[in-house]
Design a protein around this ligand. Structure first.
Ligand SMILES: [Ca+2]
Ligand SMILES: [Ca+2]
Ligand SMILES: [Ca+2]
Ligand SMILES: [Ca+2]
Length: 233
């Protein structure tokens, strides 16, 4: 019991005290033909104030490929999520729905697409974001179905509730495969003359981040608090 209490307290103390911008979803293997332009990465502002993303950069830190700096005036509101993709905002929204914030991934002004490997391992594919000072903000060295990582084929992988910080998102066990109706995920059929046509819908939750811990995590936290109370008597 004592061990369990300490574990609960450690989990409580490990919770991030202040917010940060982190990578929260990766769609690397969509149904239909892939040009790289169809693929995307979602970022979420876990803090309580707006973050200015002017001059930030997205890159694959293992491939050594980086975007142009994000346009001046780009920002992410507290608690909000945005999608980084080679698609124009209007194209992405026509597929996934209106109102989703889209940050256009451009390389020397062109929509080249993010081009994420379908069979990523520990030695390839590491989506990363850097601030305007070129300081690494977050990276996720995802794998496809190995080392505890979920597989994503026709569905994105997304950060599970309770895994929302830049350290926790390095662990495959904190990610899941998107399922329609769970944690904000839904289906969308990619039909677009410019970027490709699919006959089977994709599943993901672009622009949606469900960060409320699962009931089991809440129970552990409450247990930690009750241990504190008991020890102070
Ligand atoms: Ca891919
Ligand atoms: Ca990797
Ligand atoms: Ca990370
Ligand atoms: Ca999402």
């Amino acid at each position: 019991m004592k061990t369990l209490c300490f574990a609960a307290l450690a989990a409580l103390l490990a919770s991030p005290a202040c917010g940060e911008v982190i990578i929260s979803e990766i769609f690397y293997n969509l149904n239909g033909s892939e040009s790289g332009v169809t693929e995307w990465v979602e970022i979420t502002n876990t803090g309580d104030s707006t973050v200015d993303l002017s001059g930030w950069i997205y890159g694959d830190d293992q491939d050594g490929s980086y975007s142009d700096p994000f346009a001046a005036g780009t920002s992410l509101a507290a608690g909000a999520s945005a999608v980084i993709t080679g698609q124009e905002a209007a194209t992405f929204q026509s597929i996934w729905g209106d109102g989703i914030q889209v940050i256009n991934y451009l390389v020397e002004g062109a929509n080249t697409g993010i081009s994420l490997a379908n069979g990523a391992s520990d030695t390839n594919e590491m989506p990363a974001i850097f601030d305007a000072s070129n300081t690494l903000v977050d990276a996720v060295n995802y794998e496809n179905g190995t080392s505890g990582w979920p597989s994503g084929n026709g569905a994105s992988i997304y950060l599970l509730p309770g895994g929302y910080d830049s350290v926790a998102n390095d662990l495959g066990n904190n990610w899941g495969t998107s399922t329609a109706g769970v944690d904000g995920a839904y289906s969308a059929l990619l039909v677009n003359t410019d970027i490709g046509n699919a006959t089977v819908p994709d599943v993901a939750s672009p622009g949606v981040a469900v960060t409320v811990p699962e009931p089991s995590t809440m129970l552990l936290t409450l247990l930690g608090l009750s241990c504190l109370t008991i020890r102070r008597k």
